[in-house]
Design a protein around this ligand. Sequence first.
Ligand code: SF4
Length: 73
Amino acid sequence: MEYNNAQVTGGEGKPPVVKCSVINCLYNKAQECHAKGIEVTTDHPWPTATTSVATACQTFRPQDETIWHPDTV
Ligand code: SF4
């Protein structure tokens, strides 16, 4: 399935992220994201990004939740 840019950025009914290589994420199954939605941010130069490397998924949670705690990030 292919999406154009308008569909990818559009609000209600937007398609899910269908491919993600972060295989140790709690929401990742067979390199597909199964979160209901994701938040992607950039930290430098905030709030704009010039390359994809400057972006990051904030919805990521490690499969082993014992190594993640909000007070430690
Ligand atoms: S939540 Fe983010 S890091 Fe986790 S599978 Fe989805 S897109 Fe990938």
